[in-house]
Design a protein around this ligand. Structure first.
Ligand code: GDP
Ligand code: IMO
Ligand code: MG
Length: 423
């Protein structure tokens, strides 16, 4: 069985939590795009794991893989492994595999990301992790791959080839070009190459073999549908394709192998960084969602903007991903808000539309049209089955299910593993 999970909104929908929850059914859990711009949270008991690169299925028996379509900061991965090791979880090459062709994020990518962002009059609000610049180099065929990093001579030769180009790019943006050939960071990268050499694998081969043997594979998306580099709200997007089809292309698995596509959707909407968010709440309700939902970025700590559930954006996500099922997270955060509003369409230039306009500039001008639903005041965090939810919460779920047209299979009422039930 091959299942793909993606975020249906602007990221941070709770993908990490759901991947952890269902990963005991999977032999392989694989990241297929993005890099350490992602922050996926897994909470088990009192322990909270904030993961940027290691797939969220690492706690159970599954083997976890990082695919060739990702961009990898080796220092960030080493720190993540160290953090887990401190907690007694040792992840060796038998548990984690990284594709030989994975693009490496170099210090100059991070430098360029920061410089470029500061030079923009209209900001994107990137995570400044060098993601966009690492993907630029991949497409320009100027990347350094994991296979190059693990071979010291090749790595040094590659940096030598690229140095003057990178130095002049940094200079052009007013930065300090010495970061490119900084001997300390080159030595560090060489040592990281040695560290990760035993982890190198062919991810496409591992996955296809596993599927041939009847095993189960879970592809874990990062970011969210509307941050997709092609179909998202450009230019306020990330630099990879975040939708379900991207898993096939980036992992080298044929689309005929896909069995399920699970969309993770928050019971409201959040966005971190710039770009339109038609249902954004700048009032006390927005503040309540932010405080109760602890809506602060897992990677950058920035406050996430919060708004009412936006059905047109989720409908678009249903189209772009071909969801077969949904998981609804953070339903508990809506307690004590009455009435609840759901955006069912927009008004744009005097016309009603129930699907987002294609262009970002038009989306930014959309005025949301809401339907109201009754709220509830009960605390939901101890609810363990659908039938124990208050009537109004059940109605809210049923309403979203009907309007999206996709079955909501999982409902989450808290960050913990046990705070999830099937409908
Ligand atoms: P991801 O990037 O999609 O994996 O999501 P993040 O981990 O960045 O953000 C989701 C946040 O919400 C994390 O802090 C989770 O622990 C938390 N969370 C997940 N599901 C729920 C839920 O149902 N209720 C509440 N209150 N918190 C949740
Ligand atoms: P997870 O996987 C939410 C946003 C950034 C910025 C834009 C581009 O945790 O859901 P980038 O650094 O990728 O070039 O930034 O994308 N962004 C995310 N927002 N969740 C994420 O990941 C994100 N990864 C990137 O805030 O607006
Ligand atoms: Mg996140």
């Amino acid at each position: 069985m091959f299942t793909i999970i993606t975020g249906a909104q602007f990221g941070d929908e709770g993908k990490g939590k759901i991947v952890d929850l269902i990963s005991d059914n999977y032999d392989l859990v694989v990241r297929f795009q993005g890099g350490d711009n992602a922050g996926h949270t897994v909470k088990v008991g009192d322990i909270v794991y904030k993961l940027h690169l290691i797939p969220s299925g690492f706690l159970l028996d599954s083997r976890v893989l990082i695919g060739p379509g990702t961009v990898l900061n080796p220092l960030s991965l080493a720190q993540e492994l160290e953090m887990l090791a401190k907690g007694g979880i040792h992840i060796g090459p038998e548990k984690l595999g990284i594709d030989a062709k994975t693009s490496i994020i170099m210090p100059y990518h991070i430098e360029l990301d920061g410089l470029k962002e500061s030079s923009r009059s209209e900001k994107i609000g990137t995570t400044k992790k060098g993601i966009g610049f690492a993907y630029i180099d991949k497409v320009a065929r100027d990347e350094i791959r994991l296979a190059d990093l693990t071979d010291k001579a090749k790595f040094l030769a590659r940096i030598g080839e690229l140095a003057s180009q990178k130095e002049s790019s940094i200079r052009e943006l007013g930065g300090d070009p010495s970061v490119v050939m900084d001997s300390k960071s080159i030595d560090l990268y060489v040592s990281l190459g040695q560290k990760f050499a035993p982890y190198v694998t062919d991810v496409s081969l591992e996955i296809n073999k596993a599927l041939e043997e009847g095993k189960n594979v879970l592809a874990e998306g990062a970011q969210g549908t509307h941050l997709d580099v092609t179909h998202g709200t450009q230019k306020f997007v990330t630099s990879s394709s975040t939708i379900a089809g991207s898993a096939c292309a980036n992992l080298g698995v044929g689309p005929t192998k896909v069995d399920n596509v699970l969309g993770i959707v928050k019971a409201y909407i959040t966005r971190v960084g710039e770009g339109p968010l038609p249902t954004e709440l700048k009032d006390d309700v927005g503040k309540q969602l932010q405080q109760v939902g602890r809506e602060f970025g897992t990677t950058t700590g920035r406050a996430r903007r919060c708004g009412w559930f936006d059905m047109p954006l989720v409908k678009k996500a249903v189209f772009l991903n071909g969801y077969t099922e949904l998981a609804l997270t953070k339903l508990d955060v809506l307690s004590d808000i009455d009435p609840l509003k759901v955006c069912v369409g927009y008004e744009l230039d005097g016309k009603f539309m129930d699907y987002p306009p294609e262009l970002t500039g038009d989306l930014a001008r959309c005025v949301p049209i809401f339907e109201e639903l009754p709220g509830w005041s009960n605390d939901l965090t101890n609810v363990r089955q659908f039938s124990d939810l208050p009537d109004a919460a059940r109605r809210y779920v049923a309403y979203l299910e009907e309007k999206t047209g996709i079955p909501i299979e999982y409902i989450s009422v808290g960050p913990g593993r046990e705070q999830t039930f099937r409908k």
